[in-house]
Design a protein around this ligand. Structure first.
Ligand SMILES: *Cc1c(COP(=O)(O)O)cnc(C)c1O
Length: 383
């Protein structure tokens, strides 16, 4: 057994695919203490810089005193706490959706919701760059047919939809693609869904808080409001806390509450986390300056990266991938950056397609223009 896995690990190492963790000391922020260094980090999904915001911490302290720690049981047994109920109501009213169901994490939301939504005999159409938990949720749903269409390829998607005879069809997509930072063509996807009587599930883990009016996410950014769309987003990224939710019609949400196994058979979320999320929602809505700052930093990075030997993918979001290609080269560059006190994660297969290893530069509203300058200088010297 030991030898079996030692061999497999060695194989990963030989292909430049071994991953490792850094222990972080202290709170999230542009500067992280790790590996005995202070690192200027472009590694986090705390895009708005809310993970250590005093309002959130205060709300968590108060909730801790009032509710203690554990939720006690699953939500349907005795674990549906007042803060989670408040969070669901606040999200639904703010997003203009009939109802919201809170899940422990985004991974759990997709693993539970997709099998519950896609009925027996349902067909699924999935973008090739969808997040791992959408892929796993689709696997668990065991759809009658699965079409993985090339990233953003509407013609291929339509071809599949028009040939499909299933009673129920679902188009499943990231709203903002997690490793590419581009926005899904949701307006076109909704049009195709209308034309072919399909439904759309949007996972907006990276758009919620960052895009749209007051940070309402990718649907708002694109001015979309369709009864065919089920909206999912997470609360551990721009919201700075932990958790996730699905927003939809009252009937869809009631069905998920009855049938999503990762909702039913798991312990309720600690109330303290939901209370912090309620406070985070307030900051997301009111702090437009955080989204402004992200845009400015993004423009600065995009302009500054023009002379580099690698291609920085264009991006309107907080995610700016620098495509390097080779697994070993990307690791070498990440190490060279760390020697200069910078932390930018190297992303390799299977997270991204083979031959497209990249540095995933993620910006936060807490970064300053001087931080971006420092990153650009370090990239130039690593070239
Ligand atoms: C991070 C992520 C998730 C998972 O959310 P967690 O709350 O971290 O489990 C789901 N979908 C996408 C697109 C993500 O990037």
């Amino acid at each position: 057994m030991k030898n079996f896995y030692r061999q497999k690990l060695q194989n990963l190492q030989e292909n430049g695919l071994l991953r490792n963790r850094k222990t972080v000391f202290g709170p999230q922020g542009p500067h992280l203490q790790a590996d005995g260094q202070t690192l200027l980090a472009f590694a986090s999904n705390d895009y708005l810089g809310l993970a250590s915001h005093p309002d959130l911490i205060r709300a968590a302290h108060e909730a801790l005193d009032r509710y203690g720690l554990g939720a006690g049981a699953s939500a349907l047994i005795s674990g549906h706490s007042e803060p989670v109920a408040q969070l669901e109501l606040a999200l639904a009213s703010w997003l203009g959706q009939e109802r919201v169901l809170h899940f422990s994490t985004g991974y759990m939301a997709n693993l539970g919701a997709i099998p519950a939504l896609v009925g027996e005999g349902g067909a699924v159409f999935s973008d090739a760059l969808n997040h791992a938990c959408l892929i796993d949720g689709i696997r668990l749903a065991r759809p009658s047919s699965l079409t993985v269409y090339p990233h953003g390829d509407l013609a291929r998607l339509e071809e599949g939809l028009s040939r499909c005879e299933a009673a129920e069809k679902w188009i499943i997509t990231d709203g903002v693609f997690s490793m590419d930072g581009d926005i899904a063509p949701l307006a076109e996807l909704v049009t195709l869904a209308e034309r072919h009587d399909a439904r759309v599930l949007v996972d907006d883990a990276h758009g919620f808080g960052v895009l749209g009016d007051e940070g309402r996410g990718t649907l708002s950014h694109l001015g979309l409001n369709s009864p065919r769309v089920v909206y999912m987003a997470t609360l551990g990224k721009a919201a700075g806390v932990f958790g996730a939710f699905i927003a939809a019609s009252a009937e869809v949400i009631e069905w998920l509450l009855q049938r999503a196994r990762t909702y039913i058979f798991t312990t309720g979320t600690p109330p303290v986390l939901a209370a912090a999320c309620v406070a985070s929602l307030e900051r997301i809505r009111q702090d437009g300056f955080r989204r402004e700052r992200l845009k400015q930093l993004g423009r600065q990075l995009q302009e500054g990266a023009q002379g580099l030997p690698w291609k920085l993918l264009p991006s309107e979001t907080a995610i700016h991938p620098l495509i390097v290609g080779d697994n070993f080269t990307v690791t070498r560059i990440a190490q060279a950056l760390q020697q200069q006190g910078l932390w930018v994660p190297a992303i390799r297969p299977p997270t991204v397609p083979p031959g497209s290893a990249r540095l995933r530069i993620s910006l936060s509203a807490q970064h300053e223009p001087a931080h971006v300058e420092r990153l650009l200088a370090a990239l130039r010297s690593a070239a």
